[in-house]
Design a protein around this ligand. Structure first.
Ligand code: NAD
Length: 455
């Protein structure tokens, strides 16, 4: 394999950068650097670690536009979305800068002395991330990992390594000691796998496909590594007939076609109560046809290209089946991995496009009769990451929200991810939670200390 990696711009298919491609040896060097930096970083007083994370957030804020343009070009995402993601990256460090001084323990009543708990860093943490939200997803892991006193080795996806590399420079500029953040760009099958098997790595935080997640969980079992997995999704957008149908239909396209559908939270199964189907589809068609698909750097763009030729091929294969294409939006012609947003309706629960994560701009619309059937259909998947419920009946919204087997839900909205609230999946969408206060649990070990006080 070549030791140089050509990073492409998906909107033009041109080479954006040529960078060295790491192998197993570089992973071992990065783990050694993280191991050497660990004692001083974990011993730093909590206030000092907090101040360094604030300095990092400041430095990220100062480079928001540069990072957003790099991400938009490298991942092919709309610049407005890329800016939002870079603001989230900054906010994630701001939020976890509050954590070092708030990693609280318990005192527990026991006989003969005092028992109390402390939270300690797990050690060197390996972070393996995908190409769809490159720096944002890395930040969800980096923030709590660093705040808790761990050092890290980040392995970004080979298709989108540029913002991670820049991040490492910005971290050192902000004052983080060398070796605390290490970035290794190389293939998952060698560099990722080495991180998983490395005896010096205490934990793996992974975001990616369910298939690779499965192999990571199996590999980590050899050294009893801690693992958190954020995997695939096939989320349902459940629209009841009493909902504000225009609002639900107008919001639905970006809930599945945002980031060209390459979103683990994509609401790619739109379940619509049968009597509302015609009205809903009318509004949906207008909204899909109005979607602005084009140059990621154009301020008005809402959806860019797919990440790669391979991804476009995979997505297109779903239209080769015997499917009902209701309507499609537009996409540019010429160079770039473009794919027009596509709505399949009616789709049946057994269709491949309904069962598999497409990770591209194809939505399926499935009719349902009543609340009970909506719940059965929504839960009829191996995944359980996200979802939405649209209804004006508050009690029903809460009943359905409790019945859906999914980690994150929105009522009369399609939002999924916030810095301050937990995010993660049920079922084969993974385990562990990122963001919010709970993420720190996954980057710390809980130690119980008993001090005998009897004479
Ligand atoms: P992927 O699983 O192919 O790759 C993810 C990362 O794992 C990459 O860095 C890759 O190099 C690495 N990798 C690949 N094989 C490996 C191995 N054997 N050992 C160790 N590392 C290995 O996923 P992708 O195609 O980059 O991303 C798309 C997938 O990610 C989708 O399934 C999507 O749903 C999922 N995703 C999930 C979330 C979430 O939070 N649940 C968020 C974004 C993306």
């Amino acid at each position: 394999m070549s030791s140089t990696l050509s990073v492409l711009e998906p909107a033009t298919e041109e080479v954006l950068a040529e960078i060295p491609r790491a192998g197993v040896e570089q992973v071992d060097e990065a783990v050694a650097a993280a191991t050497a930096a660990l004692p001083a970083w974990r011993a730093l007083d909590p206030g000092a670690r907090a101040r360094l994370l604030h300095a990092l957030a400041d430095n990220l804020a100062a480079h928001t536009e540069e990072l957003a343009v790099t991400e938009a070009r490298n991942a092919g995402k709309a610049i407005a979305d890329a800016r939002g993601e870079m603001q989230m990256v900054r906010d994630t460090f701001r939020y976890y800068a509050g954590a070092p001084e708030r990693l609280l323990g318990d005192t527990i009543p026991v006989a003969g002395g005092q028992a109390f708990t402390v939270r300690e860093p797990v050690g060197v943490v390996g972070l393996i991330t995908p190409w769809n939200f490159p720096l944002a997803i890395a930040a969800w892991k980096l923030g709590p990992a660093l705040a808790a006193g761990n050092t890290v080795v980040l392995k970004p996806a080979e298709l989108t390594p540029l913002t991670a590399l820049r991040f490492a420079e910005l971290a050192v500029e902000a004052g983080l000691p060398e070796g605390v953040v290490n970035v290794v760009v190389g293939p998952g099958s060698t560099c990722g796998a080495r991180l998983v098997e490395h005896p010096g790595v205490a934990k793996i935080a992974f975001t990616g496909s369910t298939e690779v997640g499965r192999s990571i969980a199996a590999g980590a079992a050899q050294t009893i590594k801690r693992v958190t997995l954020e995997l695939g999704g096939k989320s349902a957008n459940v629209v009841f007939a009493d909902a504000d149908l225009e609002a639900a239909a107008t919001a639905a396209p970006l809930a599945v076609f945002g980031n060209a559908g390459q979103d683990c939270c994509a609401r790619s199964r739109i379940l619509v109560q049968a009597e509302a189907m015609d009205e809903f589809m009318g509004h949906l068609e207008s909204a899909v046809r109005a979607l602005r698909v084009g140059d990621p750097l154009d301020e008005d763009t809402q959806m860019g290209p797919l990440i790669s030729a391979g991804q476009r091929e995979t997505v297109a294969s779903f239209l080769e089946d015997d499917v009902n294409v209701a309507f499609r939006g537009s996409a540019p012609e010429g160079p770039g991995f473009w794919f027009a947003p596509t709505v399949l309706c009616p789709a049946a629960p057994g269709d491949r496009a309904v069962r598999e994560e497409i990770f591209g701009p194809i939505a399926t619309v499935i009719p349902f009769r009543d609340e009970a059937e909506a719940i059965v259909l929504a839960n009829d998947t191996i995944y359980g990451l996200s979802g939405s419920i649209w209804t004006r009946d508050g009690a029903r919204a809460l009943r359905v929200a409790r019945a859906l087997q999914t980690g994150v839900l929105s009522i009369n909205s399609n939002s999924s991810v916030r810095v301050t609230t937990p995010f993660g999946g049920f079922k084969q969408s993974g385990y562990g939670r990122e963001l919010g206060p709970h993420a720190l649990d996954a980057y710390t070990e809980l130690k119980t200390i008993y001090y005998a006080t009897e004479e």
